[in-house]
Design a binder for this molecule. Structure first.
Ligand SMILES: *Cc1c(COP(=O)(O)O)cnc(C)c1O
Length: 221
């Protein structure tokens, strides 16, 4: 199957209002161009320098999303152009993104990552931490950051009832946060959840952005 055919397959399973983030990490510029020529414009990467290199060499109307764990000292590589950072998992990181936004004179869109999986190695705020953070923080402290929603990753497991439970949980956390802290902010509307193995389930739980890699580009090249 070609990349264009893979995309077609994914697209037929996605409602029109759900954004497809083509996760191109570890794949070549050539593969990205195949997807680009099939009409895709949103690509996701999980390493800052790799993203920077690809940004420099690929068409400028690509919307680049950062989806992996982001170290503070790497924010500077992507701050001038990144469209959305999905993986903000600490106050310190938010502070650094705000600083880099100011330096580049642009507002950077971000999602807060929520830890919904059973695995220790996954990142993100735990539910209560997230509420505590939003309670305590005045977001006016971060004028160069715009909170657009939440992101989460389910446990890597074959157990679909567990994955379903985790998506349901993130979906209800999203509703809670929306109603408590952003009731009139239309920009706070994104729920990034679902990957190659589980995106249809994620969509059924209200995902607005799915991050699909291997189903489009094959196993990491
Ligand atoms: C790699 C990655 C994906 C895509 O995973 P696939 O299973 O290849 O679709 C999605 N989200 C994040 C955060 C990733 O690191």
């Amino acid at each position: 199957m070609s990349i264009a055919e893979n995309i077609q397959n994914v697209r037929t399973q996605l409602p029109k209002n759900v954004k497809l983030i083509c996760v191109s990490k570890f794949h070549s510029g050539e593969s990205i161009l195949d997807a680009y020529n099939a009409g895709e414009r949103i690509f996701g990467e999980s390493r800052a320098q790799e993203l920077r290199t690809k940004y420099d060499s690929l068409p400028k109307d690509i919307e680049w999303h950062f989806i992996g764990h982001l170290q503070k000292n790497k924010v500077k590589y992507i701050a001038p152009f990144v469209s959305l950072i999905h993986s903000v998992d600490s106050e310190d990181l938010l502070t650094e993104i705000n600083r880099c936004g100011e330096k580049n004179n642009r507002i950077i869109n971000v999602l807060l990552q929520v830890h919904i999986a059973q695995e220790e190695q996954k990142f993100g705020f735990f539910e209560q931490e997230l509420y505590d953070f939003l309670e305590k923080e005045s977001l006016e402290k971060y004028p160069f950051v715009k909170l657009r929603g939440l992101m989460g990753m389910a446990t890597f497991t074959e157990d679909s009832t567990q994955i379903e439970r985790e998506f349901a949980s993130l979906s209800s956390i999203f509703q809670n946060v929306k109603h408590a802290y952003f009731p009139t902010d239309e920009a706070f509307c994104e729920l990034s959840m679902g990957m190659s193995d589980d995106f249809p389930l994620a969509v059924s739980y209200g995902s607005t952005m799915v991050r699909v890699g291997s189903l489009i580009f094959g196993e990491r090249g």
